[in-house]
Structure formats: C-alpha cells, structure tokens
Ligand binder design. Structure first.
Ligand code: C2E
Ligand code: MG
Ligand code: MG
Length: 262
C-alpha cells in the first residue's frame, strides 16, 4: 500500500515535468474504410516516453493527469502536436487523411476549449474539416444543454465530433439523437466476440442500424481478425480500426501505411 502511494507520487512528480522535458509522443492508428480498404483517417494516441520506465501507455498516466488537472495542458499539447504533424506531412507533399484526437472530460468542460482549438487550427494552417474530436458518453451526462452548445460551437469551426467507446457508458439514446455527433465508434468490448457470441453480434448490428438512421458514420474499434472484418463489412459497418490492419505507429512508420495503401 505504502509502496503504491510512493510510486504514484513519484510518477506524479515526473508527470509535472514531462511537458517541459518534451517526453510526450503521439502514435497514429489508421482508420480503414471497410468497402474500399483505403485509410480514411488516423487516430492520434498519446504515449509518454518516461526517462526510466520506457514508453508508457495512456492507462498508466491519463487517470493521474485527470486527477491533477495536468490533462488540460497535456491535451493542448496533443492538439497542437497533431495539427503540426498534419502540416509537416502536407509540407512534405504527403496528403494525410483527417486526424482524430481524444478529448478528456476536463478539457471538454474547460471554457477556453473552443478558443484554443480555433487558435491552434489557425496557427497550424490545418483545414478544420481534417480534425475530428473524440468525446465519450460520460462527458455529456450532466448538463446536456451546455454540451450541445459546446458541440455546436466546435462544429461551427468546421470540425467533426465522434462518440468514442459507444455502448460502455450511459448510452442515453435521447442524448444521442440531440447531439451534433457525426461519427459513432463501437467499443472494442462489443467487437471482440462478434464472431462467436450471437448477442454481441446482434448488439453491433443494431448499433450500425441506429447510427445509420441518425446519419452517422460507424467505426468499429479493436478489429483484430479477418473474420471480424468480414462480418462488419457484410453488416454495412463503414470503417474500422484495429490490429488487423495496424497498431498505432510513430509518425514516420504510419506514413508508409497510409501513403502505401492510397
Ligand atoms: P481509445 O480512444 O478508445 O483508443 C483505442 C485504444 O485501443 C488504444 O489504446 C489503441 O491502441 C487500442 N487498440 C486499437 N486497436 C486495437 C486492437 O485491435 N486490439 C486491442 N486490444 N487494442 C486496440 P491506447 O493507445 O492504450 O489508448 C487507450 C485510451 O487512452 C484511449 O482509448 C483514449 O481513451 C485514451 N487516450 C489516448 N490518447 C489520449 C489523449 O491524447 N488524450 C486523452 N484525453 N485520452 C487519450
Ligand atoms: Mg479514441
Ligand atoms: Mg475507443
């Protein structure tokens, strides 16, 4: 118990310095169109190159960053870094697909969010229609009217909103139909057993139909096998991402994936 507390405190101290020491990295996972096999998007996923513990996944430090409030400046770094990367690709003559970034609850509630995004887009010169913001169901519960207002303001900039991890949170359908969300991402926990569990397959099929009837694009997350890929394609799912196509990769490696496929 005591050791755990000490380890957490030490990680927290390190996290406070990580931005200044330039220790964060973004990896990018291709999002593939199921009908054509073309890479139509890239999701930016945060990594921390810890000075002694190696490359850390978000589950190791995002909860701590949320707790301490550091997620706000870190989230701003993610946004700026992804936009700068898109711009660098464009300068090198590489036409990258739209980039998706994950927002945290605290960032989403921050009244400066719309201003920050507007400024970063302007400074980077990245077209707003090439940015997708991923939010989760838990972020929208509470004040639905404020949420809608924020999402509308973000949409007015020209970017798109995706509902991430759909099905794992509160999944209020009355909220969903009111929110200006254009992409629905089905959580991996539903996709994992679709080829063996009839109820999981039924849920996924129903979510695809629901999303389409609300004029949303559906992305299946965590697709690992050809069987899953084929089932999703047959059921009319629009896009997918997962290890079957590619793990999240550093920018230099991902470029060969999407440039090669295109
Ligand atoms: P997410 O946004 O739902 O991202 C998908 C996660 O699934 C990623 O984990 C990805 O590496 C993993 N994944 C992708 N395909 C497969 C697959 O085929 N099989 C399996 N088993 N896993 C797969 P990762 O990178 O560890 O990120 C975990 C979560 O951390 C993300 O879930 C997201 O909620 C959060 N996160 C990542 N980057 C950021 C960030 O920049 N800001 C914030 N606020 N949260 C972030
Ligand atoms: Mg995501
Ligand atoms: Mg997800």
């Amino acid at each position: 118990m005591n050791q755990e507390v000490v380890a957490k405190q030490s990680l927290s101290t390190d996290l406070h310095q990580a931005l200044a020491h330039d220790e964060f990295r973004l990896h990018y996972q291709p999002v593939v169109d199921l009908a054509s096999g073309v890479v139509v998007g890239l999701e930016a996923l945060l990594r921390w190159q810890h000075p002694t513990q190696g490359l850390l996944a978000p589950s190791r430090f995002i909860p701590l960053a949320e707790e301490t409030g550091l997620i706000v400046p870190i989230g701003e770094w993610v946004l700026a870094s992804a936009c700068a990367q898109w711009r660098a690709w464009a300068k090198a003559g590489i036409e990258a697909p739209p980039l998706a970034i994950n927002l945290s609850a605290r960032q989403f509630r921050d009244s400066r969010l719309v201003g920050i995004i507007t400024r970063v887009l302007e400074e980077s010169g990245m077209p707003p229609d090439h940015l997708i913001l991923e939010i989760t169901e838990s972020m929208v519960v509470g004040n639905i009217d404020t949420t809608i207002e924020t999402l509308r303001a973000l949409q007015a900039i020209g970017l798109r909103i995706a509902m991430d991890d759909f099905g794992t949170g509160y999944s209020s359908l009355s909220y969903l139909k009111r929110l200006p969300v254009s992409i629905l991402k089905i959580d991996q926990s539903f996709v994992r057993d679709i080829t063996t569990d009839a109820s999981d397959a039924a849920v996924v099929v129903a979510v695809i139909a629901l999303a389409h009837s609300l004029h949303m694009t559906v992305i299946a997350e965590g697709v690992e096998t050809e069987e899953q890929y084929l089932l999703l394609r047959n059921q009319g799912c629009d896009q997918c991402q997962g290890y079957y196509f590619s793990k999240p990769l550093p920018p230099t490696e991902v470029v060969t994936r999407f440039a090669g496929i295109r």
